[in-house]
Every structure is written in C-alpha cells, then in structure tokens.
Design a protein around this ligand. Structure first.
Ligand code: ATP
Length: 227
C-alpha cells in the first residue's frame, strides 16, 4: 500500500518544522487474511487518514495505540519510538500517552459528566496536569454539563465529553477515529469548531480518520490515503 500525501491545506499555518512533531509509520499489518503495508512520513502536526471502508484505517490507529502489533516495521511519533520490530521495542499501550476518541463516545453511563472527565486524570496528572479540568471544560464549552448524567446528553455533547476525557489523560498524541460519523449534519457542524479549537490550542499531534472530505480539509494539514 501507499499513503501518499494528497493535500497540504493549512500546512504553513501550523507546521513548525521540528522533528518532534513528525510522524513515521512504516508498518505491515496483518489481521486474519487482511494484510496492509503502510508507509506514512510527515513533518506536519495534524494528519488525516482516508480510505475505503475496510482499508485498514482503524487498524493503523490500533497499531499506533499499541492495541495491534505490526508484523514488521517501525512507529515513531513526535520524537518517541513506540514500536520497532528490528530492535524489539514495543512500548506497552498504557505507556504510550495516547488519547483515543472513537466514533461513539463510550462514556460510563453510571458516572456523571464530571466523573467521566476525571476518570482520565490519575496519578501525577492530578497535581501537575498539562491539561487541567477547568481548561478542558472551557475549551470544550461543557461547564453546564458537569453535573449531568450521560443519559440524555446529545451525541455531540457526549463526543465533547469524550474528547475532554481523552485530553485529561494527559496525552502526547490524539487519535480520532471518525469522531463525527455518528452525528447528523447539524451536530457535525456544531462539533467541528471544537475540534479545531482542540487542534489549535492544545498543540498536540493528531491523527484524524474520516470519510468526509470537508471535515478532513477543515482539520488536517496533510492527508494520507490508506489502501
Ligand atoms: N479482529 C480482526 N480479525 C480479523 N480481521 C479483522 C479484525 N479486525 C479488522 N479486521 C479486518 O481488517 C480489515 C481492516 O479493518 P479496519 O477496521 O482497520 O478498516 P477501516 O479502514 O478502519 O474500515 P472502516 O472505514 O469501515 O472503519 C478489514 O478487512 C477487517 O475486516
């Protein structure tokens, strides 16, 4: 497979040219009969993965997150070597410092919004967080939702909480797997500006998977096609 860059939108605005905001993902993935070679090199901070259904986009994110071990290759992101088959480096998932946002919010229904958010904030992160609760709440406009139960929140509100929870886990990298795909057009339009704020104000490297060209244009510096 190839993963050639096919777009350079926003490139100059947020590309700072430093090595520690680059992506090197050169892997072979196997899942049953499915086999996919992936070669992504980018010096941009925010990249998108596009490709047909079943092309392997989610599998690439799983490999980056440490949930799927590549058959061979190397993953280095923002200056951190996460996986290298040759030297047998395979950083465990819980040490990769990755925030993962799924299609569905996957919130805990028995906890309220504040408790869902704080779930990610543990250990040292509680005392010296890079992303503090009040900052994340302001960034995502979720102050009024804090005491609410998850049940009854709209899909867009739930996704904002899921993004907040991911940020509060103090990640060095954000993976977003079609985070708007379960929302109708109006909700999508409501949530996109929040994703853009997260992109611009957290300065985190991000990988954004989507089928929707307009979303990809509005979020990513560079687009890579899988498949
Ligand atoms: N646990 C598994 N065992 C075997 N095959 C799998 C497994 N998970 C995924 N696959 C297969 O791997 C391929 C890639 O799946 P993946 O979910 O990564 O694609 P995708 O590009 O994210 O698709 P979509 O856009 O539909 O979410 C598919 O053919 C899928 O059927």
């Amino acid at each position: 497979m190839n993963a050639a860059p096919i777009d350079g939108a926003h490139a100059d605005a947020r590309h700072d040219g430093r090595d520690d905001t680059s992506f090197l993902i050169e892997i072979a993935l196997r899942r049953g009969d499915f086999l996919r070679e992936v070669s992504i090199r980018s010096r941009h901070r925010v990249i998108a993965l596009v490709g047909a259904s079943g092309a392997g986009k989610t599998s690439v994110l799983h490999a980056i997150a440490g949930l799927l071990r590549p058959a061979r290759g190397r993953i280095k992101i923002a200056g951190r070597l996460l996986f290298d088959a040759e030297t047998r480096i395979d950083v465990p998932a819980h040490r990769r410092r990755i925030g993962y946002v799924f299609q569905d919010a996957r919130l805990f229904p028995h906890l309220d919004v504040r408790e869902n958010l704080l779930y990610g904030l543990r250990g040292d992160a509680r005392t010296h967080p890079r992303f503090a609760l009040h900052e994340v709440v302001a960034l995502l406009g979720i102050d009024a939702l804090l005491p609410r139960r998850v049940r009854g929140l709209s899909g867009g509100e739930q996704q904002r909480i899921a993004i907040g929870r991911a940020l509060l886990s103090q990640p060095d990298l954000l993976l977003l797997d079609e985070p708007l795909s379960m929302l109708d057009m109006d909700r999508r339009d409501e949530l996109l500006p929040y994703l853009q704020r997260v992109r611009d104000e957290t300065a985190l490297p991000m990988i954004y998977v989507s089928h929707v060209p307009d979303e990809v244009r509005r979020i990513a510096d560079e687009v890579h096609r899988i498949g």
